[in-house]
Write a new protein. Structure first.
Length: 249
């Protein structure tokens, strides 16, 4: 029970990486609020966690809307008494180049991936401070670190997430609030499914991963547990690629 007495809120918690992190946190003893826009998925996850004697609060909210973020954080703190951990996982991926992307596509990418993480952190910080410290875990991407074709908005937004992680880590280190960034490679989730529909493209992307497979959401959840736990008490401002060797080449 590495997260006993921890209380976390996980955005984008209804599916994929967020879902896996919420399940892993609950298994390790944390109380978890899962935040997302799909009520059905959130309720299903909450029932699954509850069936295992965990504590889970489903919260429908759009992370890019300040009032909804404030309500989600307040509901979490009221339900569980305090907040010690924030996982900024909610994100969108819209393919495109600088020329092909529309204004709306660019703005939507940054509204969710960057503004959403900032709004969640801004709202959660007073609660983390009141708890005597805590952990903010931002989910970036390998594209926080390297470029890729046809991903200009996504790569720019995830680069911003990493830069924000480092700045926040310096701002709040003296308050025992740690801020770190997990940078996943290609993980098999609903987000990337449309990009792997073509078998030839899928094989090409797979060949870029030395480990020989794409990631699974659980591959990311294990590191999130470490970063949420007291085992990582001296770890802040760090970027952790979890990518099957993609960025080692």
């Amino acid at each position: 029970m590495r997260l006993a007495n921890k209380t976390a809120i996980v955005t984008g918690g209804g599916s994929g990486i967020g879902r896996a992190i919420a399940l892993a946190f609950a298994r390790e003893g944390a109380s978890v609020a899962v935040c997302g826009r799909d009520r059905k998925k959130l309720d299903h996850l909450a029932a699954e966690i509850g069936a295992g004697n965990g504590k889970c609060l489903p919260v429908v909210a759009d992370v890019s809307i300040a009032k909804q973020v404030e309500l989600a954080v307040r509901m979490t703190a009221e339900r569980f008494g305090r907040l010690t951990t924030l996982v900024n996982n909610a994100g969108v991926l819209i393919a495109g180049t600088a020329e092909s992307l529309s204004d709306d596509e660019w703005e939507h990418t940054f509204s969710v991936n960057v503004r959403g993480a900032w709004l969640m952190a801004r709202t959660a910080l007073p609660h983390l401070r009141a708890a005597g410290g805590g952990s903010i875990i931002n989910i970036g991407s390998v594209l926080s670190l390297v470029g890729a074709r046809n991903r200009v908005a996504y790569a720019a937004s995830k680069g911003a997430v990493l830069a924000m992680t480092r700045a926040m880590a310096l701002d709040h280190a003296g308050e025992k609030i740690r801020v770190n960034c997990i940078c996943p490679g290609m993980v098999e989730t609903e987000m990337i499914a449309p990009f792997n529909a073509d078998e030839s493209a899928r094989r090409q992307r797979l060949a870029m991963h030395p480990v020989g497979r794409f990631g699974q959401p659980e591959d990311i959840a294990g590191l999130a547990v470490f970063l949420a736990s007291d085992e990582s008490a001296w770890t802040t401002g760090a970027a952790f690629p979890v990518d099957g060797g993609y960025t080692a080449q």
